[in-house]
Write a protein that binds this ligand. Structure first.
Ligand code: NAP
Length: 455
């Protein structure tokens, strides 16, 4: 994929970038390594001041950064503003908590004293997707830098200006030059980077294919990886749920980021007793969503990020319909305008065994499944290769406890939509990946957990 800014709302090519060559990459790795040797000796107080300064820059200039995101990948501007605010929050969170999270932990043994010490590893490579161009990067940067590591970013090829803006923010915040660098490179250049012995570990958020490829390259070098991959999160609605609230959240949870979020609710699993009512409510809510210019404050749903995403999503929808499913609303790309627009879509009566039960639909398409009871709901929820998040709606305590216990996912939200929060670990199981971001678990992923034993 060319490294370029193409406005998804108009299709206009705005700027292109040449990928770095091998010599330029080598210079950046040299700088990162030299910086690490000094940076690892800085204390938490200094890192914390720089990290808080990042938070201030993000807060003060949020409109400008939000505009850049909307321009490059099409998310509604109001959502982009919220994303920048959340980045400021994660910087603030790790600035305040990193020292506690990484403090020595005494352990009683046969030694005079023994303890666990957390130490930075060195250069960490982050391969990131375009869908949350700032948030995905900052939730890596804040813990990694606070732990004393340095970062190299290979961002998605369609958000180069966001990638450069983030590097600039970190420089302006006062971090030593070289602590965080953006590499404008293609995906094919990643394996060589991992092979460099100074790059100690890698994290990737993106598709299964990209994750598998990075993990393979890292595996050959015996290097740790964290993978945050796709999801097909269930949204379960049981009989006792407040249907109006559930349908509102269902709409928000599906349309989040123009439908392109790993933790968007994708499969709506509804018990028969309330299925007609829920379906009607969902239909009403989808029907009034405003599709259009993502910069406009009234827009609910902007364009998909690239024309390929529209093509792929449409193929998935058409295949599901050919298998015998029924379209309730939407179901075809909006060809009456330029840009990558796909309308709010609901598919019902999906036949058992359909590939829609197994695949991630990365766009504003809700898949509706009717089930007789909670047993069937849990079975359907767990029947995908993914295990990222799950949202379930019930006011019955026994049902709640079963859902918490039996759903196979990295997160279960009861009577709320799945969301990331700096205070809570985030990540998946099964083919949604491994490792955790955010919270204390996130900062402990890329450190040497050193055992110290003294007699
Ligand atoms: P993608 O194609 O996998 O791209 C993600 C990143 O990986 C980009 O920087 C991409 O670079 C790079 N990449 C692609 N192939 C690679 C390879 N073989 N080796 C190394 N790097 C490679 O992902 P996407 O389709 O744009 O993003 C959507 C996917 O990400 C969805 O499946 C979504 O669910 C998932 N996601 C997961 C989370 C989570 O936290 N679990 C969060 C957000 C998104 P180029 O752009 O240059 O190809």
């Amino acid at each position: 994929m060319a490294i370029a800014t193409i406005n998804p709302a108009t299709g206009e090519l705005l700027k292109t970038f040449e990928p770095l060559n091998d010599a330029e990459i080598a210079t950046k790795i040299d700088l990162a390594q030299q910086t690490f040797e000094q940076y690892r000796k800085t204390n938490f107080e200094s890192r914390s001041l720089w990290m808080k300064s990042c938070a201030e820059i993000l807060e003060q200039e949020k409109a400008e950064f939000a505009k850049l995101m909307t321009l490059e990948m099409g998310k509604p501007f109001k959502a982009a503003l919220g994303e920048v605010e959340k980045c400021a929050l994660v910087c603030q969170y790790y600035a305040e908590n990193a020292a506690d999270f990484l403090a020595d932990v005494p352990v009683k043994t046969d030694a005079s004293h023994s303890f666990v010490r957390y130490q930075p590893l060195g250069i960490i490579l982050a391969v990131m997707p375009w869908n949350f161009p700032f948030w995905q990067v900052f939730r890596f940067v804040a813990p990694a830098l606070m732990a004393g590591n340095v970062g190299l970013l290979k961002h998605a090829s369609n958000v180069p200006q966001c990638a450069l803006a983030i590097e600039e923010i970190i420089k302006r915040a006062g971090f030593p030059i070289g602590v965080f660098q953006t590499l404008l490179i293609g995906a094919s250049q990643v394996a060589n980077l991992i092979a460099d012995e100074r790059v100690k570990a890698a994290t990737l958020t993106g598709s299964e294919a990209a994750g598998a490829s990075l993990a393979q390259a890292a595996g050959k070098q015996i290097k740790k990886t964290v993978l945050e991959l796709g999801g097909s999160d269930p949204f379960i609605v049981l009989e006792s749920a407040d249907l109006e609230t559930a349908a509102s959240f269902a709409t928000t949870a599906r349309m989040l980021n123009n439908g392109q979020s790993c933790i968007a609710a994708k499969r709506f699993i509804v018990v028969d007793a309330i299925a007609d009512k829920f379906e009607q409510l969902l239909l009403e809510k989808f029907a009034v969503l405003k599709v259009g210019d993502p910069m406009h404050p009234d827009t609910d749903l902007g364009p998909l990020a690239t024309p390929d995403l529209v093509k792929e999503l449409d193929q998935q929808v058409q295949t599901t319909v050919k298998e015998g499913a029924k379209l309730l609303i939407g179901g075809h790309p909006l060809s009456d305008r330029p840009g990558n627009f796909y309308p709010p879509t609901i598919i019902t009566e999906i036949p058992p065994g359909s590939f829609a039960e197994q695949e991630e639909f990365f766009g504003p398409v809700a898949l509706l499944f009717r089930v007789p009871d909670i047993d069937a709901a849990i079975k359907v929820a767990n029947s995908t290769p993914f295990g990222l998040g799950a949202s379930a709606w019930t006011t019955n305590d026994q049902e709640r406890d079963r859902l918490i216990e039996e759903i196979e996912a990295g997160a279960v939200f009861i009577n709320g939509m799945v969301k990331s929060d700096p205070r809570l670990p985030f990540g998946g199981i099964k083919r949604s990946g491994y490792g955790r971001e955010l919270s204390i678990q996130g900062i402990q992923e890329f450190v040497n957990v050193k055992t110290v034993w003294v007699k």
